[in-house]
Design a protein around this ligand. Structure first.
Ligand code: PHE
Length: 493
C-alpha cells in the first residue's frame, strides 16, 4: 500500500494519547499498587524503574520503530524483516485476541457495577454479591450452567462501545482518545484526593510506599518488576507496532516512547494513592490490620473497593457518586486498552487482505464477542483466571523474546537505531542495542524458564488438570493459527 493511502493520526498528541490509552488499563489500577505493596513498597520503585529503562522503554522504542519504519502491523512488519517470520506477528495478535475476549467481559462487569453503584446494591455483602449474585459462580470449570444474562448484556454494551470508538479508523480513534485518556486520570485524581482526606489514609500510604530495601535482594522482586513493566506497556501484542504504523515515517520515535512510558507509570503511581488511601481508611474503620484488607485484581475492584465505598461518610448519595466515579474511571481506563488490541488485529488483517473498514471491524468485534461468551457462563470466572494466566505469563514473554531476537539480530539493532536517531528529537545510545540484543531477551528468557519450572512444580490454582491443559493449549494453538494465517494468500503474495 502506498504510504499516502495509509491512515494517519490526526496529530502527534493523538498518537501518544492512543499509546498511553493502550498502556494504561485495568492493570494500572488493580495490579500495580498491589505489586508495589507486596514487593518492598517504595523500594519496589527501584527495580521498577530499572526494568522500565532496561527493558520497557527499549522494547517500546523497538515496536514503535519497526511499525513506523516498515509501515505495517506486526505480521506485515515481521514479514518484511524475513518472510517466514510473519507468523510470529499473527501469533502476537492471537494472544491479544484471547486477552481481549475476556478483558471485555470484565468491562461488562464494570458496566453492571456502574448500575449497581446507584443503589449501592452490594452494601453489606460485597463478596457474596459479586460471586453469588453477579457472577453466580458454579462449582467448577466444567459446570458452565448456562449464560448469566446481565453479564452477557454488559458484554454486548461494551463491544458496541468499542465498535463505535474504532469503526471510523485511525481518525476516529484520534478523537476518542482525547476523552478516554484524560478522563480516567482526572477521575483517579478525584478519587485520590477524596481518599487522602479520609481518616487512616496515611497509614494506607505507609503500607504502599514505605520502602523495605531488604527486598531488593530477592530476585523474585526484580522479576515481578520486569513482568509488570512488560504487561503495563502492552508490549508483545503487536499493538504498539500497529499504532506506530499509522505514523508518518519521519515522525519522532524515541521521545514519544519516553513520553508514553512515563505517563503510563505516572498513572499507575497515582492509582496507588486512590487505592491505598481507601484501604487505609477501611483498615482503620474496621479495626483490622491492613494485611486483612489489601487485595488486587478483580477482588480489589469488585469486592474490596465497593466495601470501602459503603463505609464512606456522607450518606448514600455521596457513596453512590463515589462508586459511579470509580467504575466509570475503570471503564474509561480499560476501553482504550481493549480497542487497541482490536486495532492491532484490524491493522494486521487490513495489511494482508482487502476488506472494507466496516466489514473488518464488525468481523473482528463479533469474533471477540463470540469468544467472550464462554466467560459469561457461570464457570466464566474460572476460565477467565486460567486463560489470563497462560496468555499473560507465556504469550507475552515468548513473543517479546522473539521480537528482540528477530529485530536485534536479523533486522539489526544498529540498523534500526540509526533510523531512530535520524527521525527522533533525542538519540538513543549504544545501550539501546545492547538492551535489545542481549539484556531484554536474557531477562525474558529467565522469566520464561522460571515460569515454566513453576508451572510443572505447582500447577496454577486448584483447577483440575484437564482445565489447565485446555487453557495452556491456547498457548500452543495461537502460533498454529498464526502459521495458518501467515501461509494464507494475501494481496502481497
Ligand atoms: N496495559 C494494560 C494494563 O496495564 C493491559 C493490556 C495489555 C491491555 C495488553 C491491552 C493489551 O492494564
Amino acid at each position: 500500500m502506498a504510504a499516502e493511502e495509509r491512515g494517519r493520526w490526526a496529530s502527534r498528541t493523538a498518537f501518544v494519547f492512543a499509546a498511553i490509552g493502550s498502556a494504561a488499563g485495568l492493570g494500572n489500577a488493580w495490579r500495580f499498587p498491589y505489586m508495589a505493596y507486596a514487593n518492598g513498597g517504595g523500594a519496589f520503585l527501584i527495580p521498577y524503574f530499572f526494568a522500565l529503562i532496561t527493558a520497557g522503554i527499549p522494547l517500546l522504542i523497538l515496536e514503535y520503530g519497526i511499525g513506523q519504519r516498515l509501515q505495517r502491523g506486526a505480521p506485515g512488519a515481521l514479514r518484511l524483516v524475513k518472510r517466514p517470520f510473519e507468523f510470529i506477528g499473527w501469533w502476537a495478535l492471537m494472544v491479544g485476541f484471547t486477552i481481549v475476549a475476556y478483558y471485555v467481559v470484565v468491562m461488562g462487569w464494570i458496566v453492571l457495577y456502574m448500575g449497581y453503584s446507584l443503589s449501592l446494591a452490594w452494601a453489606g455483602r460485597e463478596a457474596d454479591f459479586f460471586q453469588q449474585q453477579v457472577l453466580q459462580v458454579s462449582e467448577q470449570p466444567r459446570a458452565l450452567e448456562g449464560i448469566c444474562w446481565p453479564i452477557f448484556l454488559g458484554l454486548v454494551v461494551s463491544w458496541v462501545l468499542i465498535y463505535l470508538c474504532i469503526y471510523k479508523g485511525v481518525r476516529g480513534v484520534s478523537k476518542v482518545v482525547m476523552i478516554t485518556v484524560p478522563l480516567p486520570v482526572v477521575l483517579l485524581a478525584v478519587l485520590a484526593v477524596r481518599g487522602l482526606t479520609l481518616p487512616g489514609a496515611v497509614e494506607g500510604l505507609n503500607y504502599y510506599l514505605e520502602p523495605d530495601f531488604s527486598r531488593l535482594l530477592d530476585p523474585q522482586v526484580w522479576l515481578a518488576a520486569y513482568g509488570q513493566i512488560f504487561f503495563t506497556l502492552s508490549l508483545g501484542f503487536g499493538i504498539m507496532i500497529a499504532y506506530a504504523s499509522y505514523e508518518d515515517p519521519r515522525s519522532d520515535v524515541n521521545n514519544n516512547a519516553f513520553l508514553t512510558a512515563f505517563s503510563n507509570c505516572g498513572i499507575s503511581f497515582l492509582a496507588g494513592f486512590a487505592v491505598f488511601s481507601v484501604l487505609g481508611f477501611m483498615a482503620q474503620t474496621q479495626g483490622l490490620p491492613i494485611e486483612k484488607v489489601v487485595a488486587s485484581g478483580p477482588s480489589l475492584a469488585f469486592v474490596t473497593y465497593p466495601k470501602g465505598i459503603a463505609l464512606l461518610p456522607g450518606g448514600t448519595v455521596v457513596q453512590a457518586l463515589f462508586g459511579l466515579i470509580f467504575f466509570l474511571m475503570l471503564f474509561t481506563l480499560g476501553i482504550d486498552s481493549a480497542f487497541s488490541i482490536v486495532e492491532a488485529i484490524n491493522v494486521g488483517v487490513e495489511d494482508k487482505w482487502k476488506l472494507t473498514r466496516t466489514h473488518l471491524v464488525i468481523l473482528v468485534c463479533s469474533l471477540g464477542f463470540l469468544g467472550g461468551i464462554l466467560f459469561t457462563t457461570r464457570a466464566g470466572l474460572y476460565w477467565l483466571d486460567i486463560v489470563d494466566h497462560y496468555a499473560t505469563h507465556f504469550g507475552l514473554t515468548v513473543i517479546g523474546l522473539l521480537e528482540c531476537l528477530l529485530i536485534g539480530w536479523v533486522y539489526g539493532a544498529e540498523r534500526l537505531r540509526q533510523y531512530l536517531n535520524e527521525v527522533s528529537d533525542i538519540s538513543v545510545g549504544l545501550w539501546w542495542s545492547v538492551c535489545v540484543q542481549i539484556l531484554t531477551p536474557a531477562v525474558l528468557f529467565v522469566i520464561l524458564t522460571l515460569q515454566l519450572r513453576k508451572e510443572f512444580q505447582e500447577p496454577y490454582g486448584d483447577y483440575p488438570a484437564w482445565a489447565l491443559i485446555s487453557g495452556a493449549s491456547l498457548v500452543v494453538l495461537a502460533p498454529l493459527i498464526g502459521w495458518l494465517l501467515a501461509s494464507a494468500r494475501g494481496k502481497e503474495a
